[in-house]
Design a protein around this ligand. Structure first.
Ligand code: SF4
Ligand code: SF4
Length: 605
């Protein structure tokens, strides 16, 4: 596909990366600052040039401040996504397009918030939404879902002063502290990074996951398909891209509308085909089994097949470049959120009130664009879509295990499963596409380590065939037996980026059952191909929760020995977790396996 698009004269993400090289060394090290108009300033990493910005900030302060702003942006992105869902939850019963699909979960979560559930679903939904909105504010001392963490962990966070209060409050506080002349203690700034990241993991992201389950159904295991061959030459193709399932759920429904299907047939199409991209793709894959076209760096190539009639986006990870690529074909890019408009795209704004009608408008537009396809530009790779098993929510895993975590605990204790690793995050054009995710997952399962994955890492692993029950053959003997007895793959799809919160819930439950802390578990995280500020926030809440996190792409912190030392070493004394930077997935696997074995030894198992 890359060759095809190049022949058609289209610049792709990898070409644009080359054009940017060599990238700015100061920025790569985190040593540039433009937080005020006395700057921009740069610190000379070789010690020969300036060692302080105009205001007097040194390398440690500048690097810590830059990292903090990245965490704030990542946490804000996940959390604002969560808030949009809460606002839909508040309207249940008042709008046609959305209802509660998992009333049992609604009640369970409402009870956690202390809401009396002896009333109608709509009333509970409204009260829960109101209570969750309080978590975004600044009146509380502790956001609600923090209580899901093990008691020891909560006490530790209290001692460190990093219990997240309100989600918005922590993000705002980072922006305040990193303004010129506020927080000039790099360690203090880093502690606020952890607190803000926790406001994401146990706040915004967890709210997004839980409310998505309530509104659209808690995922259950199901089979689906993945790769570019999920696009269909003889059908109208609509690609669903972004993160939030609010829009895509309405489009899934509209795509089965009888009148629109009839219209598609009148226009010569055999049907209406939906395919996902990035995390919106993960959301509809997990819950509805909608096939997945690909992950982050595939977004331009998807359009280059020449068969995408509409690519409909909500927000996050949507490259502005897709509008330029779409212009070379008949494809329309449709934006749907007032927060994410793209020059050159058609804007069809979705609200909870108009979602039904607007979804039909998008599908109708796609049907009309189908007639404009340019036959000479059409090429779908001549391969079969890969199969995958998706839908592993924590609830689904409990069901597979017979309603209790005990079989998993037994398997961990007796060594059939040596440990559990969350493989998360993006694609980055600086890394060979999908290679690091897949290599890491393969090495881990070969060594009897169960992998749970989310986001674009999950898509990479699925494209490599690691998410079918038959992939158990690739696992070590003990893990293979466990997978075969349960009929599950050795790499479990936990969902989208906000669904990393499912990993926190699962590990908290596991730690609670064992009577230990998360940091005691034979568990780790990895983001081998990360690019997004959201991934920094995820990594930081994993570390704050006590996990070792391996990053395959160096973060911009190497300009400060102090920040580097705190995040890759000293923080372990505080939270039990730390970052390791290791671009080689083979070595990353070795580091993680050693870590898991150390934890097992300490647990005496
Ligand atoms: S905050 Fe300080 S280091 Fe940053 S741009 Fe302003 S003067 Fe320069
Ligand atoms: S994993 Fe990264 S690239 Fe993929 S959708 Fe999530 S944030 Fe975007």
């Amino acid at each position: 596909m890359i060759k095809k698009l190049k022949e058609e004269g289209i610049l792709l993400v990898w070409d644009r990366l080359k054009e940017q090289e060599p990238q700015c060394g100061y920025c790569s090290l985190g040593l540039s600052c433009r937080n005020c108009a006395m700057g921009p300033c740069r610190i000379d990493p070789f010690g020969e040039g300036p060692q302080k910005g105009v205001c007097g900030a040194d390398a440690d302060v500048i690097v810590a401040r830059n990292l903090a702003r990245a965490v704030a942006s990542g946490a804000a992105s996940h959390s604002d996504h969560g808030r949009d869902l809460v606002e839909v939850l508040a309207r249940v019963g008042k709008v046609k397009a959305y209802s509660v699909k998992d009333a049992e979960k609604l009640k369970k979560v409402a009870q956690e918030y202390g809401i009396n559930t002896n009333k109608s679903v709509e009333e509970i939904a409204f009260e829960l939404a109101e209570a969750m909105l309080e978590d975004f504010g600044s009146k509380k001392e502790k956001i609600q879902f923090v209580n899901r963490a093990p008691k020891k962990r909560i006490e530790l966070w209290e001692k460190l002063g990093i219990i997240p209060r309100g989600i918005d409050r922590e993000v705002v506080e980072i922006m305040h502290r990193t303004h010129m002349g506020v927080d000039n203690d790099p360690v203090n700034i880093l502690l606020q990074c952890l607190r803000t990241a926790l406001a994401d993991g146990f706040g915004g992201s967890m709210i997004a996951t839980e409310v998505s389950d309530i509104l659209f159904g808690t995922p259950e295991p199901k089979m689906s398909e993945i790769n570019l061959a999920t696009l269909k030459e003889n059908e109208v193709n609509i690609v669903l891209h972004g993160h939030n399932p609010i829009v895509s759920d309405a489009i899934v429904e509209a795509a089965s509308d009888e009148e629109l299907l009839k219209l598609a047939k009148e226009y010569g199409a055999e049907g209406i085909n939906l395919a996902g991209l990035c995390c919106t793709g993960n959301e509809v894959l997990m819950r509805k089994g909608i096939p997945m076209a690909g992950n982050h760096l595939i977004q331009e190539l998807v359009i280059g097949t020449g068969v995408v009639d509409v690519i409909v986006v909500d927000y996050q990870c949507i490259m502005p470049a897709i509008v330029d690529v779409a212009k070379c074909y008949h494809t329309e890019v449709v934006t749907t959120s007032p927060k994410a408009k793209f020059k050159g795209a058609i804007h069809i704004e979705f609200t909870p009130e108009n979602a039904h009608e607007k979804a039909k408008e998008v599908v109708k537009l796609a049907i009309e664009r189908f007639r404009e396809r340019k036959a000479e530009l059409v090429k779908i790779p001549n391969v079969k879509p890969n199969k995958l098993m998706t839908g592993f929510s924590v609830e689904a895993i409990l069901k597979v295990l017979g309603g209790t975590l005990q079989p998993l605990i037994d398997a961990i204790k007796n060594g059939s499963i040596r440990g559990v690793v969350g493989s998360v995050g993006c694609n980055n054009p600086k890394v060979k596409q999908d290679y690091s995710h897949i290599t890491l997952a393969k090495r881990l399962i070969e060594n009897d380590v169960l992998v749970v994955d989310t986001g674009c890492a999950a898509v990479a692993d699925a494209k490599a065939g690691l998410k079918v029950p038959e992939a158990a053959e690739l696992a070590g003997e003990e893990l293979r037996k466990v997978c075969e007895s349960l009929g599950i793959p050795p790499v479990l799809h936990f969902g989208s980026c906000v669904d990393n919160s499912r990993i926190l819930v699962a590990l908290s439950a596991l730690a609670n059952e064992l009577g230990v802390d998360i940091s005691d578990l034979p568990a780790a995280g990895a983001a081998m191909e990360w690019y997004s500020e959201k991934a920094i926030a995820i990594g930081a809440y994993f570390v704050a929760s006590g996990l070792l996190v391996v990053l395959g792409v160096p973060p911009p912190i190497y300009g400060s020995k102090l920040v580097l030392d705190v995040l890759t070493s000293k923080v372990e004394e505080l939270t039990g977790g730390k970052f390791v930077v290791e671009p080689d997935p083979e070595k990353a696997a070795e580091i993680i396996i050693k870590h898991i074995e150390d934890k097992r030894r300490k647990l005496g198992i």
